[in-house]
Write a protein that binds this ligand. Structure first.
Ligand code: DDH
Length: 292
């Protein structure tokens, strides 16, 4: 009996729901931080942990949580993500059996769902890697570039134009920080609620280049308080991207459905399927649903 108690049995869906709940509470402990939620930075952590995947070599992706190691933790694209990693460290201490890759991707799921976004199917199975698994710099997108670059980056991960446009709609959330990326400001007026406002604003507002000494970015002509990156604006200029961006501006349900599928796919990049415990991803409940 005693030896049995010392061994952690395979965690169940209920165990992961507990981790989800702990994360969901921590995301809200942010009175002094940004717009009052750690949700957006945690979504970005999940994305950058996964978006290093290269389908040709099978390297990168969320499996090994290599952003824990230098030099990946120091790649310019990951500036500021220490905030998310340190938050998750508190969760890891409470649930030492969870792998970092599972923890970070689950945090992305919890953040999207708790910020009123769609349900994101998710399942555990990632394992902790070692420093030699780190990916080279340059695998994540560069905001100063155009359509060709966006395609090069996302096709490498195995995404198509529709999935690319759906994924970038995550910019409904959060903001740019001049001390992290050099860019400044939020994309929407509700940066802690998941909506299709990113696309709506792209088409409804007039966007002009911001006059400042920082990197080239756009601002809305009317209020001057919102921003778009050059890569965001490209979604209104490239014919194929524009078709999907317009569809998402017009139909929030369609955006939610397509974002959910693409984000779930993103979070599983680089994870060998035999590592997944469950044959199908799970749907975890929001804190609100569990109150009912
Ligand atoms: Fe992003 N993103 N992102 N992004 N992103 C930034 C912030 C956030 C690009 C550049 C930037 C995705 C795609 C792209 C989020 C989610 C996602 C910032 C600002 C830059 C720059 C960082 C800072 O200063 O703190 C570029 C380029 C692309 C691209 O694809 C061309 C995708 C696919 C996602 C996703 O989650 C699926 C989120 C959330 C943020 C807000 C972070 C925060 O702290 O707030």
């Amino acid at each position: 009996q005693a030896s049995k108690a010392a061994v952690k049995l395979t965690p169940t869906k209920e165990d992961y729901q507990k981790v989800y709940n702990t994360i969901a509470h921590i995301l809200d402990e942010a009175e002094e931080y940004d717009d009052g939620s750690f949700g957006p930075v945690v979504v970005r952590l999940a994305w950058h942990a996964s978006g290093t995947y290269d389908k040709t070599t099978g390297t990168g992706g969320s499996n090994y949580a290599t952003m824990r190691f230098e030099p990946e933790s120091l790649h310019a694209a990951n500036n500021g993500l220490h905030v998310g990693r340190e938050l998750m460290e508190k969760v890891k201490q409470q649930y030492p059996w969870i792998s970092y890759g599972d923890l970070w991707t689950l945090a992305g799921v919890a953040a999207i769902q708790e910020m009123a976004g769609p349900k994101i199917p998710w399942r555990p199975g990632r394992i902790d890697g070692v420093a030699s698994n780190v990916t080279p710099d340059g695998r994540l997108p560069d905001a100063t570039q155009g359509a060709q670059h966006i395609r090069d980056i996302f096709y490498r991960m195995g995404f198509n134009d529709q999935e690319i446009v759906a994924l970038i709609g995550a910019h409904a959330l959060g903001r740019c920080h001049s001390d992290r990326s050099g860019f400044e400001g939020p994309w929407t007026f509700s940066p802690t609620t998941f909506t299709n406002d990113f696309y709506k604003l792209l088409f409804e507002e007039k966007w002009v280049w911001k006059k400042w000494s920082g990197p080239k970015q756009l601002q809305d002509k009317k209020t001057g308080t919102l921003m778009m990156l050059p890569t965001d604006y490209v979604l209104t200029q490239d014919k194929s991207f524009k078709k999907y961006a317009k569809a998402y501006a017009d139909d929030q349900d369609l955006f939610f459905k397509d974002f959910s599928a693409a984000f779930a796919k993103l979070l599983e990049l680089g994870v060998p399927s035999q590592q997944f415990v469950a044959s199908e991803p799970w749907i975890l409940q929001t804190l609100e649903e569990q109150k009912a």
